[in-house]
Design a protein around this ligand. Structure first.
Ligand SMILES: CC(C)(COP(=O)(O)OP(=O)(O)OC[C@H]1O[C@@H](n2cnc3c(N)ncnc32)[C@H](O)[C@@H]1OP(=O)(O)O)[C@@H](O)C(=O)NCCC(=O)NCCS
Length: 227
């Protein structure tokens, strides 16, 4: 039976994670400049260079906050200073921890609008996605471009009044699943027939649907609001 989802709780300063548990963390991206500057000091040289290459100041701000929070959260598991954590990247850019500190700790990050979302698991691949619902988005048109035939058929089964929510549910599940595998986008890939992955939808906030996917069974899920 799927574990129930507890509400978002304020996070503790130290956390432990058992095998087959998943921790979801949400945090605000719209921090004041002074707070973001504190997080910026935690970033590595390559992360700072990446932030500088982002031409949109809002995107650069969100990137800095998300990477800073990522480091702060991971350091709560590892008893290791956030600024000393090191990341390596997969062929399609998926970050992972390197070094003795935390190779068994798996994580994945997503950001949308004013929310960042981080999923953490132990010894199992994980992917996560959050989206901000866009009332102007032509969901059916996007689906024809990015969904497999099964996913499009599933979308069309939603009543027209629920189709936008249905679209985001399908989208976040597919994106989380693809991100779990660390691969790029593929139209023909369909999350719906992959029994090896465990996928769960949830709400990050009003109008912010999310999903995570793990390559194995999950027995409990905690949701932490970063404080
Ligand atoms: C790279 C990619 C994952 C970014 O997706 P996005 O929706 O723009 O962004 P999200 O906020 O969800 O995720 C971005 C984060 O995922 C992580 N990431 C980057 N590449 C990744 C990859 N190949 N796999 C998993 N995670 C990845 C990074 O931490 C990144 O944040 P950062 O750059 O600030 O560190 C996306 O371009 C991609 O290739 N997605 C594959 C799935 C897909 O295209 N799905 C379409 C939906 S049907």
């Amino acid at each position: 039976m799927a574990p129930s989802l507890v509400p978002w709780e304020n996070s503790p300063s130290h956390v432990t994670l058992a095998k087959s548990q998943v921790h979801l963390w949400r945090f605000r991206l719209d921090l004041l400049a002074a707070e973001a500057a504190g997080l910026q000091r935690l970033l590595s040289r390559d992360e700072l260079a990446r932030a500088e290459r982002l031409l949109d100041p809002a995107k650069a701000h969100h990137f800095v906050v998300a990477r800073g929070r990522l480091r702060q959260v991971l350091s709560r598991y590892l008893d290791h200073p956030p600024e000393e954590l090191s990341f390596a990247y997969g062929a399609h850019g998926k970050p992972r921890l390197v070094g003795a500190a935390g190779e068994a700790l798996q994580f994945n990050l997503s950001h949308a609008g004013c929310w960042g979302l981080l999923a953490v698991a132990s010894g199992v691949d994980i992917g996560v996605d959050v989206e901000k619902i866009d009332l102007g988005l032509d969901c059916e048109n996007i689906a024809t471009r990015f969904f497999s035939a099964e996913e499009t058929a599933q979308l069309m089964r939603y009543h027209v009044t629920h189709r936008r929510r249905g679209f985001y549910r399908l989208w976040t599940r597919k994106e989380a699943w693809l991100k779990g595998q660390g691969c790029g986008f593929s139209v023909s890939a369909t999350v719906m027939t992959d029994a090896k992955w465990w996928i769960r939808s949830f709400t990050v906030d009003r109008d912010y649907p999310g999903a995570f996917a793990t390559a194995g069974r999950v027995t409990s899920v905690h949701r932490w609001h970063f404080v």
